[in-house]
Design a protein around this ligand. Structure first.
Ligand code: CO
Length: 463
């Protein structure tokens, strides 16, 4: 096995980051053979926002996408992104839902499950992790990288140790904002490697222009796997280009084993898709200097700009950006990823626009202070917490424990559409979308003769 391996993100993160997750299964199928021959370690192709997007915008069953890709990939591993107890949805789900989802994901073809939690609260990944192990799949536990006084080399290394104890087969460092610089990455990889002897995978975004330097420094320090995107879907808010990283490491001790010639057809195919979806691409693909100045994720920055524009208060942008660290500290320094980035940004804007800190506190932030999102990395500000929740008692247990089982009820509620457990899961996670989608799906399925289903799929997706 090559010393450095490549996970290709074109089928998940790259199109989620660049074209609002709109790539369809039909766009993917014709190139899968070539991708499978290219020598990738893994293809990240499921989870994250793809599940929702499949149904909501593409009228496709995400489960069917998984099965169709699985049927064509023999060499590379299939990898998905799972948001711990959030799965691929927008709230915490009950333990029985989490277990059933993991079971079905692996059963339908996922080899590697990357599991993370926005707050790095490992209790929120516990159930999913346990089920991944039970299903015999590769468990990759993933830390959300962030900068704060309480996120030190020691705390990340301790986290890696706990991940190993939970059965992790590998560890991912997820840098959503592209803020990890080469020097810090090398230190972080060394600190983790000193404690835990597991493969480390680096995941970053090119938003700040640092990611390929950061990968190189991380590899020098001992990281074994990197997430890259084929060049037409690389750079900007996506990953570093696969071809460039392969070339950078070629004929060294870190050779990826990928022959760049084999990437040519893959590159050509995705060039066509880039052209097809060019209207969705961001206007500017260059570096966002404000992300480097304020150390917040690109998505959070643009949300704030939009929010303030709507309120005719763009002149307050600088004040709001300065308020972000204040809010974040009061909330115990959550990593700035979905959903905490939205919460911190909204509260910072409210603090500035109302002229008084914590005068208005949205429901989500009350829930956060009540412990329903999990345990923040550091203790929260007690006075602010009191303002948010009054005399209510915050929970201290794993938030998932508070949610009663959901599967049985969903199977009933989703009748007559939930003929398979996969459909019941879809129903639980996206009730509104599922009500529209599942009947349509079954109307199509019912037209088919039994036994002709695979051919029908082939016909629906011209290869
Ligand atoms: Co990402």
């Amino acid at each position: 096995m090559p010393k450095v391996r490549i996970t290709e993100t074109a089928l998940r993160d790259a199109h989620q980051s660049l074209i609002a997750t709109r790539m369809s299964t039909a766009d993917m199928l014709p190139i899968l053979d070539k991708m499978d021959e290219a020598g990738y370690w893994a293809l990240e192709m499921w989870g994250g926002a793809t599940f929702d997007s499949c149904m909501r915008f593409l009228d496709e069953d995400p489960w069917e996408r998984l099965r169709l890709i699985r049927a064509r990939i023999k060499n590379a591993k299939l990898q998905m992104l799972l948001r711990g107890q959030n799965l691929v949805g927008y709230r915490h789900y009950a333990d029985d839902t989490v277990r059933e989802f993991v079971k079905r994901a692996v059963g339908n073809g996922i080899d590697i499950v990357r599991v993370f939690d926005a707050l790095n609260d490992l209790r929120n990944v516990e159930i999913a992790a346990d089920q991944v192990k039970k299903e015999g799949a590769h468990l990759q536990l993933c830390m959300s990288y962030t900068l704060s006084p309480v996120h030190t080399l020691d705390t990340f290394a301790d986290m890696a140790q706990k991940m190993k104890e939970m059965g992790a087969d590998s560890i991912a460092i997820k840098d959503m904002a592209g803020l990890l610089n080469p020097v810090d990455c090398a230190k972080l990889v060394k600190a983790i490697k000193a404690k835990v002897d597991l493969p480390i995978e680096l995941h970053s975004h090119y938003t700040t222009g640092l990611a390929s330097m950061t990968y190189y420094a991380g590899i020098e320090a001992g990281a074994e796997i990197i997430d890259t995107a084929i060049s037409p879907f690389a750079l900007g808010t996506s990953q570093p280009p696969t071809e460039s990283m392969v070339a950078a490491l070629a004929n060294s001790e870190w050779d990826t084993g990928i022959d760049i010639e084999k990437l040519l057809p893959v590159c050509e195919h995705f060039k066509g898709l880039r052209e097809k979806y060019k209207k969705l691409l961001p206007a500017i693909a260059g570096v966002n200097i404000n992300i480097l100045r304020y150390q917040i994720p690109g998505g959070m920055y643009s949300n704030l700009v939009n929010q303030l524009k709507e309120q005719n208060a763009l002149d307050k942008l600088e004040d709001v950006l300065k308020e972000v660290p204040v809010v974040r500290e009061a909330m115990g320094f959550p990593p700035l990823v979905t959903p905490s980035s939205q919460m911190v940004g909204t509260q910072a804007a409210l603090n500035v626009l109302t002229g008084k800190r914590w005068k208005v506190i949205p429901k989500e932030i009350r829930q956060y202070f009540l412990g329903y999102y999990g345990q923040p990395p550091a203790p929260v500000d007690k006075e602010v917490q009191k303002l948010a929740i009054g005399d209510e008692e915050p929970i201290t247990c794993r938030p998932g424990e508070k949610i009663p089982p959901e599967m049985e009820q969903a199977r009933k509620d989703a009748q007559p559409w939930a003929t398979q457990p996969e459909d019941a899961l879809t129903w639980i996670m996206f009730p509104q979308v599922a009500k529209d989608f599942l009947p349509k799906k079954y109307a199509r399925v019912n037209k088919r003769d039994v036994g002709l289903q695979e051919q029908e799929h082939e016909a629906a997706y011209p290869v």
